[in-house]
Write a protein that binds this ligand. Structure first.
Ligand code: MOS
Length: 718
């Protein structure tokens, strides 16, 4: 059992996050945000702010820091502040005040006077449904069996049909580390310290925004205080700090307040989803229809892909129709947020499956197992590996599912129910490059620019490095989070272990080849001999052996390096890839107060090979806690001015320890080397998938009340 290598640094405060960096002459920037939800900035009076103590500069759309709009294949266009006078949501960055101290900057920011020409703000998804738009980058999916005219006909011909509308709440990223940056220019080169999910991607976005060569920008983030999709794109403080540092010739630090994080960065869309399921008497699905509407920002910059799971991952069905629509609103932008698509999508689909099980009088696990797919709907490429049935079996056994009654049970004043749901999330990987360096002291260094936002990638690099070099893990030093290292892809989409791990295996094999060539080269200790590598040593046929450090010292070398790259390739033409899981939940609903307590949760996951048992279990449980949070706590409320009424930690509820009862996650272990050489499938996001449905299904089991929206509140159960 390996504990995360960066754990001691983090819990003792020695880990330096972006905003922890300090430099001589550092000055402080404070972001000014809009106080209307929609309109145009007519004028900004900066007279008082500019003459306030310590103020160096006040930037506004009338006196901006010039920034281009970056565009990366991974994200599309990333919005940059101050480039126009449009206000599209309350709390949008519209100014930047730089002063000698943080307090001076904050103080002066309060003196900035803004005149707006206000326009009506659209903030209701429900009201926008009638004028919903096609979702950019998505297409309606329709698969019909031969002779079937339409999905409506397929549903009409089904023995049992359930049809309902489900709603999920808008949420916002609220990672422990607020978005922040320290930017330093030195000799025409920029270094930015700012939490992100891929430092080479951040360096590229900053270079594009600033109009400079990417070689002159370095993004550094060895420690990230949580990301989950919210630090994929570069944030406003990083753009503003970098541009202001250039303009002022001083290092600049900028950090959002907790309240600003809720509006100046992006969150998760609200969704409305209509689902219809048609089944035969024995539970076999005949038809699935899933129509989804999600909120997005006025720039339509992100689509929450709610129907993707239904149309590309979930159940086998001969007839399927899925549509995705967007409703642009004057609310803060939406973005990737842990299991984008699958998290809200699974609430609807897995609630509907529970309703179907009730309608059929069938056990909900049996219904799911019966409809388990061997390939994505309508596709020929079978799953490379799928052990979902085993996840349900193992989980049912451990959770005591056999004791569940279709009507729950009563324990004193508590109504007790159990619920279950399927979890799925595609197994993906991105191109990545890793460098392995062997050193004369018999240690090795593994380097890649990828990020460890708390997921455990740093420790994974050490473990996979040690295994690939056949040396103890203590002799491997992993390094990441620096765009100066080889491009390591992104810690997003649950891809980092498969992406960086595979590249690391290639790099290790390359460096071993180079070591053997060096050892047997003219003048070297094994000149002309047949050599091989084992357990960190070079061996000759005659029985002689030397450690790699000894070989390097003999050759007068301090180190020997090689890089390896890996990315998705031919395997995509042979199989489909996904992680799978079974979520179990027990709730206790108080008979009189109607409060819901999640007393037990168990997730059993098929995520291929588990590299680090401890971190994997923590990651999965973290996702499950977030699912509980979605089910019972998290929702942003909009007030009449279009402002989040609860955009801070006082009003935005997240679970505390007392909200989480017994919780455990475990894995069925089937390495998937058809997917990648490491055999690992993603496990970063799947933990959250299905949990909200499992909670709602358990609430139904306990109370007989079907709640078709999250979060579920006391009022829903009166
Ligand atoms: Mo995650 S939403 O892929 O960062």
């Amino acid at each position: 059992m390996t504990s995360r290598l960066d754990g001691p640094l983090k819990v003792t405060g020695r880990a330096e996050y972006g905003a922890d960096h300090a430099f001589p002459g550092l000055v402080h920037g404070y972001v000014v945000v809009s106080t209307i939800a929609h309109g145009e900035i007519e004028a900004v009076d900066v007279t008082a702010a500019k003459s306030a103590p310590g103020v160096l500069a006040v930037y506004t759309p009338f006196d901006p820091l010039e920034l281009n709009t970056p565009s990366l294949p991974a994200f599309g266009e990333t919005w940059v502040p101050l480039q126009d006078r449009e206000v599209t949501h309350y709390g949008q960055p519209i100014g930047f005040v730089v002063a000698e101290t943080f307090e001076q900057a904050r103080d002066a920011a309060m003196l900035v006077e803004v005149d707006y020409r206000e326009r009506p703000a659209a903030t209701s998804l429900e009201e926008g449904l009638a004028s919903a738009e096609a979702a950019p980058g998505t297409e309606d999916v329709e698969i019909l069996a031969e002779g079937v005219e339409s999905i409506a006909d397929a549903l009409a011909a089904s023995s049992v049909v359930v049809e309902a509308t489900y709603r999920t709440a808008p949420q916002h990223h609220a990672a422990m580390e607020p978005h922040s940056a320290v930017a330093v220019w030195e000799g025409g080169a920029l270094t930015v310290y700012s939490g992100n999910q891929g430092s080479d991607l951040q360096a590229t976005e900053l270079a594009q925004a600033l109009g400079v060569d990417v070689a002159s920008v370095r993004a550094v983030n060895p420690f990230v205080g949580g990301a989950f999709g919210g630090k994929g794109r570069t944030s406003a403080p990083a753009f503003l700090a970098a541009a202001a540092a250039r303009a002022l010739g001083r290092p600049v630090k900028a950090a959002l307040t907790r309240e600003q994080v809720f509006t100046a960065t992006a969150g998760r869309a609200a969704t409305v989803q209509e689902i219809a399921l048609g089944a035969a008497e024995d539970g076999t699905l005949v038809a699935v229809r899933h129509d989804s509407w999600c909120s997005t920002d006025a720039n339509r910059s992100f689509v929450e892909p709610t129907t993707r799971g239904t149309s590309q991952e979930w159940y086998a069905t001969p007839n399927l129709k899925a549509t995705q629509r967007i409703v642009p609103l004057n609310l803060p932008p939406t973005t990737f947020m842990r299991a984008p698509g699958e998290a809200p999508g699974s609430f609807a689909l897995e609630s509907a499956m529970d309703e179907l099980a009730v309608a059929l009088g069938m056990d909900p696990i049996e219904l799911r197992v019966r409809n388990s797919s061997i390939a994505p709907p309508g596709k020929d490429l079978q799953w490379s590996s799928k052990h979902l049935d085993e996840c349900f079996q193992v989980g049912a056994q451990r959770f005591g599912w056999a004791q569940r009654s279709p009507r729950g049970r009563v324990d004193g004043d508590w109504l007790v129910g159990m619920g279950v749901a399927t979890a799925m999330f595609p197994a993906l990987r991105f191109p990545a490059t890793v460098e392995v360096t062997l050193r004369e002291d018999d240690t090795a260094v593994v380097s890649t620019s990828g990020a460890d936002p708390g997921t455990g990638l740093l420790t994974v690099l050490a473990l996979v490095g040690a295994e690939s070099l056949a040396v103890p893990v203590e002799r491997v030093t992993p390094r990441l989070g620096d765009s100066a290292f080889p491009p390591g892809g992104m810690s997003g989409g649950s891809t980092a272990t498969a992406s960086a791990g595979s590249a690391l295996m290639v790099a290790a094999s390359e460096v071993i080849d180079a070591l053997l060539a060096l050892a047997s080269s003219p003048g070297a200790p094994f000149e002309g001999a047949e050599v091989s590598y084992e357990d960190g040593r070079v061996l000759a046929e005659d029985g002689r052996s030397m450690s790699f450090g000894e070989v390097l010292r003999a050759a007068g070398r301090e180190s020997l390096s090689a890089t390896g790259s890996s990315g998705p390739g031919e395997e995509l033409t042979k199989h489909s890839f996904s992680s799978f899981g079974a979520q179990f939940c027990e709730v206790r609903v108080h008979r009189w107060t109607r409060e819901v307590r999640v007393s037990r949760m168990l997730g059993v996951f098929d995520c291929g090979r588990i590299i680090n048992e401890k971190a994997a279990r923590s990651q999965a449980m973290g996702g499950m806690v977030w699912g509980l949070s979605a089910a019972l706590h998290e929702v942003l409320e909009v007030d009449d001015s279009g402002r989040w009424a609860n955009g801070d930690f006082a009003g935005y509820l997240v679970p505390v320890n007392a909200d989480v009862g017994e919780i455990d996650a475990e894995f069925v272990r089937y390495p998937d080397t058809l997917h990648n050489a490491v055999g690992a499938k993603g496990l970063g996001e799947i933990g959250v998938v299905g949990v909200a449905a499992a909670v709602a299904n358990a609430v139904y089991n306990a109370t007989g009340i079907r709640v078709r929206h999250i979060p579920i509140t006391i009022e829903d159960l009166l």
